[in-house]
Design a protein around this ligand. Sequence first.
Ligand SMILES: C[S@@+](CC[C@H](N)C(=O)[O-])C[C@H]1O[C@@H](n2cnc3c(N)ncnc32)[C@H](O)[C@@H]1O
Length: 288
Amino acid sequence: MATTLAQAIAWGRRELAAAGVPSPDADAVLLASHALGLGRGETEAKAILGAPEPSGYRDLVARRARREPLQHITGRAPFRQLELAVGPGVFVPRPETELLVQLTLDEARRWREHGELHPAVVDLGTGSGAIALAVATEDPACRVSAVEREPEALRWTRQNLGGSPVRLLECDYRDLTPQTVGRFCVVVTNPPYVPDGEIPGDPEVRDYDPPTALYGGDETGMLLPCAAMDTALRILRPGGCFIMEHAESQVAAVADALDRRGFTEVRLHHDLADRPRATTAVLPGERS
Ligand SMILES: C[S@@+](CC[C@H](N)C(=O)[O-])C[C@H]1O[C@@H](n2cnc3c(N)ncnc32)[C@H](O)[C@@H]1O
């Protein structure tokens, strides 16, 4: 007997829950949406109206049950107002990183209030281009640059940033100097910060996010975050702001590293789940 869409989704939900997928209800529907080429609401409406199971749905559920990330299966990752192309080789943007975009937009507005009509912003380690493209989309007055080093990630960065006004710098963010890239009002970054040797438990992260996007370079995970701070010291304008995501366990280490480098106004920020996941700090000096 033919299976209906509603029966298929109920089956998908059970398969995904049995495989330990954290959000089986949502994923079962989103995979059906992907198979149908429709939005989530339209898919749910079709299920109520008794539509048939879409072809290929069981294969999609089987891939997700093997813990392949939903975003790799659909090829898309939602981020603020964007839908980014993602897949093997690039870090899947996370909801908590949307906080960095808001902090950057707030800081750009402050620069504009000080007479800087086109605040320069740079995103260190841009990956899919999520932060850079979101800032450029939501505040077109910003002049946005994005830095990425990894060739596998860059295939996706180029795809997402192509046709956008974002300037892509294909290099190591530790090599940036004011002579080569200019100075910025805001340096924002979600660097690799997982302590080396602390292997993430989620298969989606452990087996699919590139290690070069995850691991911070030493047993504290702070080597690459500190390198981003050093770069910010060189390329920020006086009064410019450094904005960085980090782990909850790194709050004190990040504040200490910023203090030691002479940054001021070190502030901690919480994500939508009220977890302390970002810190901002200011390079001393008059904005000019
Ligand atoms: C945690 S991912 C963040 C990606 C993206 N910004 C986001 O929030 O979704 C870190 C990114 O930094 C890149 N990266 C790591 N070390 C780098 C370096 N030294 N120079 C430039 N990019 C680097 C990685 O390839 C990866 O794309």
